[in-house]
Design a protein around this ligand. Structure first.
Ligand code: FE2
Length: 243
């Protein structure tokens, strides 16, 4: 918990490598299922998912929209996982801010909009101690791209303007000069990052030939008083993209 308070994030071991690799295989099987049932052949590896994306994008999108709704996702985020998050973050009564999100970063970033450094809190405006949890469905390396964080940035007020006011340091996230201070978190399968929703972070490029699958979800703390005083405000988020 001390590390979390100081740096704004912690890496935890969730030790579910078998479940994680079978979930990745299940995702691939859904791309295959939609392709086969539409007479477009088997899709049994990352390379073929890329071909499906290039040649039959609507099928690819159909599968992508469904993999995030698989029940296996929820069995992965179990009591043991939640207890580990509670231990490092101090959250007492966790509640999802929204559904878990599956991200599919295609090789060479094809079809991916680059994420710029940002904080997650404004999208949710939940409890002050809300966290984002992110984990990959395969071990990462510098080629596959990583999650990047700016350690300690959760303690700054983050605004889009460069201002020093009193003792509060305000970080200008529209200024890219700090990007070389960002830490690349090269997680192994079975590891997850728990971070404050005020921590500046972004997602790295995938320059490998493999797809980078990852899952992220966000938790509020229902025991946090100011959040209760705001009547557990929930920001309405659209779960489905337009096709
Ligand atoms: Fe984010």
């Amino acid at each position: 918990m001390k590390e979390f308070e100081k740096k704004g994030f912690s890496i935890i071991k969730i030790n579910k490598e078998k479940k994680i690799s079978s979930l990745r295989a299940k995702f691939i099987s859904i791309f295959s299922k939609i392709s086969e049932l539409n007479n477009c052949g088997k899709v049994n590896n990352d390379k073929k998912i890329l071909q499906l994306y290039k040649k039959k994008k609507k099928l690819w999108v159909g599968a992508y929209d469904q993999i995030r709704l698989l029940p296996e996702l929820h069995s992965l985020i179990d009591e043991d996982f939640l207890n580990k998050i509670k231990n490092v973050s101090g959250i007492k009564i966790p509640a999802f801010t929204s559904k878990p999100i599956v991200r599919v970063y295609m090789p060479k970033n094809i079809g991916t909009t680059k994420t710029v450094p940002h904080i997650d809190y404004p999208s949710h405006r939940g409890s002050k101690n809300a966290v984002t949890v992110w984990f990959p469905l395969q071990s990462l390396n510098s080629k596959s791209g990583t999650l990047m964080v700016l350690p300690g940035s959760h303690r700054f007020k983050t605004i889009s303007g460069s201002i020093e006011r009193g003792t509060v340091k305000r970080l200008d996230i529209s200024n890219r000069d700090y990007e070389n201070q960002m830490e690349h978190l090269i997680l192994k399968s079975g590891e997850a990052i728990v971070m404050s929703q005020f921590l500046v972070h972004s997602s790295g490029n995938n320059s490998s030939d493999m797809i980078r699958f990852s899952i992220d979800f966000r938790l509020n703390d229902l025991s946090e008083k100011s959040y209760a005083l705001r009547k557990y405000y929930v920001n309405q988020i659209s779960y489905y993209r337009k096709r």
